[in-house]
Design a protein around this ligand. Structure first.
Ligand code: C2E
Ligand code: MG
Ligand code: MG
Length: 505
């Protein structure tokens, strides 16, 4: 092969040509690089946009936001309010806290199911956000409870206007699926610095005021007022006093109200009713402190104290020769829920050496429906021990015939409200008659509570109830008068005169 020929083929290109190729390659590289940069930029932007718009489900998000509504949750609400207070202390101005609770929300859930309830909460949250300025805070504390923080205002009345706006927004009908639903809300308002300067005080104040709105008929707002504040601190003080009173026992005492059998003319039992001799407020009746005791769990030690005392008193009277009967104590619903009711009764009986035959507990109809299973088990164990059980305030609750059959009970106590007007109202008379009939067919005893007048007594007797308890027979007695009453009642039948008078009218 001719090397010249070959050489021709491999003749190196001239310099221009080389430069051309180089430049063209450089252009391409630059173009490529620029393209890459743009691509990466776009990708970054896309990722950023995606991340920004994506609902955050990280742990941090979950810890601070309510997953149902997207509002901030209790933890973040606490932070926000605390920082608002710091700012207000530094710069002046008001901080308003509102507590908002949907009226009858449980009914919505019960009637239409939780998915409808959830959707409604989402819509409520959206309406709240819409009602408020961007600088305001809305939170969902849980359930149907929302809170609002308004910052930087100068006039307390402004909060009321915002609350009115919120009530209106919430009260507008909701379209959920093919249903149109309506709810209302109750709002409580507390304002820094008037109603407190700490997170706790303001939250407690707004919460108390919210309950006040509920009590005032719902669909309204209330400010936390001085009288509400006084009442709250009074309640707290009373609770502290009660704790001390239970601890040293000196101020608590029991009165015993006789229950009598008219057919036999004898006292068949006594009901132990607690009293509190408060050093400042004087004699307090159970209605004034039992709810407080139940709220604070003090009901547990209080009831233990009473069981011990009642067993001890009864054992003493029996020892002294009083005719055999039962002492009845009232057991709060609370005791079935979280206390060892059966054990405390067993301990009290053993300590006093009292036969369980002489002991009875009264449980309200409400308790047996609210705490159905636990009550059933506890009552069964008590019955096995030989303790009798009666249903208090019967006729005011919703117990079923099946429950009456299943429960180990011994007697029904007809609520005072029916006894009160059985002689004037046909409906009450019918209820009394029905209760007597139920008792007969279930082989239970029946006793009328709160008999005050000869008329009431004669009607009750006519309707077939011969056991009664009430002021007409005897008011609750101090322990030292019990023996004497039981004996003299046997002898003289003091009130039989009243019965005859009423019967002959
Ligand atoms: P309750 O068990 O239905 O007791 C009957 C209440 O009616 C007692 O009021 C009694 O004094 C009152 N009462 C009796 N006869 C008459 C009457 O003829 N007319 C009127 N107007 N009232 C009459 P009290 O002692 O104020 O007790 C109220 C409630 O407080 C009791 O209702 C009971 O539910 C509760 N309670 C009382 N002591 C205790 C206790 O030691 N523990 C618990 N958990 N509750 C108690
Ligand atoms: Mg009772
Ligand atoms: Mg009662």
């Amino acid at each position: 092969m001719d090397p010249g020929h070959l050489a021709l083929h491999f003749l190196p290109p001239d310099a221009d040509e080389i430069n051309d190729v180089i430049y063209r390659n450089q252009d391409m590289t630059l173009l490529l690089a620029a393209g890459m940069v743009i691509l990466i930029g776009l990708l970054g932007l896309a990722i950023w946009l995606f991340l920004r718009n994506r609902p955050d489900r990280s742990l941090g998000y979950l810890a601070q936001y309510d997953h149902l509504t997207g509002l901030i949750n209790r933890a973040l609400f606490r932070d926000r309010l605390s920082s608002a207070l710091v700012r207000a202390r530094r710069d002046g101005g008001l901080v308003t806290v509102m507590f908002l609770d949907i009226d009858g929300f449980k009914d919505i859930n019960d009637r239409f199911g939780h998915s409808v309830g959830d959707e409604m909460l989402r819509q409520i949250a959206a309406r709240l956000v819409e009602c408020l300025r961007e600088s305001d805070t809305v939170a969902r504390l849980g359930g149907d409870e929302f809170t609002v923080i308004l910052e930087g205002g100068q006039r307390v009345e402004d909060a009321g206007q915002v609350a009115t706006k919120i009530l209106k927004a919430i009260g507008t009908p909701y379209q959920i699926g093919d249903r149109e639903l309506v709810v209302t809300a109750s709002i409580g308002i507390a304002v820094y610095p008037l109603d407190g300067d700490s997170y706790e005080d303001l939250v407690k104040g707004a919460d108390t005021a919210m309950y006040q709105s509920k009590a005032a008929g719902k669909n309204t707002y209330q400010y936390f007022t001085k009288s509400l504040r006084d009442r709250t601190s009074e309640r707290i003080a009373l609770m502290d006093d009660l704790r001390a009173a239970i601890h040293d026992g000196g101020q608590l005492r029991i009165e015993y109200q006789p229950k009598v059998d008219l057919a036999r003319g004898t006292v068949i039992g006594i009901e132990a009713l607690i009293r509190w001799e408060h050093p400042v407020h004087g004699l307090l009746m159970p209605g004034e402190f039992i709810p407080l005791a139940e709220e604070s769990d003090l009901i547990v030690p209080m009831s233990k104290w009473l069981f011990d005392e009642a067993c001890h008193d009864m054992a003493g009277w029996l020892d002294e020769g009083m005719r055999p009967m039962r002492v009845a104590v009232n057991a709060s619903e609370r005791l079935f829920r979280d206390a060892n009711l059966v054990e405390s009764i067993a301990v009290a009986l053993a300590a006093a050496n009292l036969d369980p035959r002489h002991f009875e507990i009264e449980v309200t109809e409400r308790t047996i429906t609210h705490e159905a299973e636990r009550t059933e088990r506890a009552l069964e164990r008590l019955a096995d021990m030989g303790v009798k059980v009666s249903i208090d305030d019967f006729g005011t609750g919703y117990s079923s015939l099946r429950q009456l059959q299943a429960l180990s009970i011994h007697a029904l106590k007809i609520d005072q409200s029916f006894v009160r007007d059985a002689h004037t109202r046909a409906e009450s008379r019918a209820i009394v008659e029905a209760i007597v009939a139920i008792a007969r067919s279930f082989d239970l005893g029946v006793i009328a509570e709160g008999v005050e007048t000869p008329e009431e007594l004669s009607t009750i007797r006519m309707l077939g109830c011969t056991r009664v308890q009430g002021y007409l027979v005897a008011r609750p007695l101090r322990p030292e008068r019990v023996m004497e009453f039981v004996e003299s009642y046997n002898e003289t039948l003091v009130f039989a005169k009243g019965v005859q008078e009423a019967d002959s009218r």
